[in-house]
Design a protein around this ligand. Structure first.
Ligand code: ZN
Ligand code: ZN
Length: 243
């Protein structure tokens, strides 16, 4: 077992960023939290699901009903998560709870559920709010939980994969969007939303991200122009030599 309380402590003691050890650490912490926090919740999951009106009997819902309900759950989750996450970035919320999740300044997929146990419980509320408002079939509920987890892992993966929804939904956040939130860290008052980008746009909390994008775009443009100039002179020199 590594004798450090946080990743930062370990990294500054070792003098380099952690790689394999980091992944094993993250896995261990997440598994412990699943066993001690999420596990006991399973004991009350069936009565809770029955209470909010999720049905388990036949007939199965149509594809359109499933899609409509999943869309609703994503919108409700995104909006509620935005405000809870924003609250967790106040001084008290950050220091006492949210700091743990931000130990990763460049997150990996495993780091999606890497958080304080209280944050795992609090952020469970937005996930259950949608099904509580518009209860459907158990199949829809399972799909919702699976898609939500896959989305969270993809968002923390650090990869802008070719099949990422950012290519198809213009207001979908994705890895690049959430990476900026982790990159800025504790001072971050930007990119709070979990799935989409419109909440941050409406409430003006994406300005830092948009400014960074603009500057990077300008730098890229300038370096391309420089490259072309240099390339041109190489071609010119080669032409002279051939002559
Ligand atoms: Zn945060
Ligand atoms: Zn995160």
């Amino acid at each position: 077992m590594l004798p450090f309380k946080t990743l930062q402590e370990a990294e500054s003691a070792i003098g380099r960023s952690l790689t394999t050890a980091e992944t094993i650490w993250c896995y261990k912490v997440v598994m412990r939290m699943f066993i001690l926090v999420v596990g006991p919740l399973q004991l009350v999951s069936y009565p809770s699901v029955k209470m909010i009106g999720i049905r388990t009997s036949l007939p199965l819902p149509s594809l359109w009903v499933i899609l409509l309900q999943l869309g609703t759950y994503f919108i409700v989750e995104d909006y509620t998560n935005y405000w809870i996450h924003r609250f967790l970035h106040c001084k008290w919320g950050y220091e006492k709870i949210h700091k743990v999740h931000h130990e990763y300044t460049a997150p990996i997929g495993f780091a999606a559920p890497y958080a304080h146990w209280l944050e795992v419980l609090i952020l469970g509320i937005p996930s259950f709010l949608g099904p509580a408002i518009a209860p459907g079939h158990m199949i829809t509920f399972w799909l919702w939980i699976a898609f939500r987890q896959i989305e969270a892992i993809e968002t923390h993966s650090g990869y802008d994969l070719p099949w990422s929804l950012t290519k198809y939904i213009p207001f979908y956040g994705g890895a690049d969007y959430h990476d900026y939130h982790h990159y800025v860290g504790g001072q971050s008052q930007s990119n709070f939303a979990s799935v989409f980008t419109y909440c941050d746009y409406i409430y003006g909390t994406d300005k830092g991200y948009r400014y960074q994008k603009k500057v990077l775009q300008q730098l890229k443009g300038a370096s391309n122009a420089n490259g072309e100039q240099n390339g041109g002179s190489v071609t010119f020199a080669k032409d002279c030599k051939d002559d």
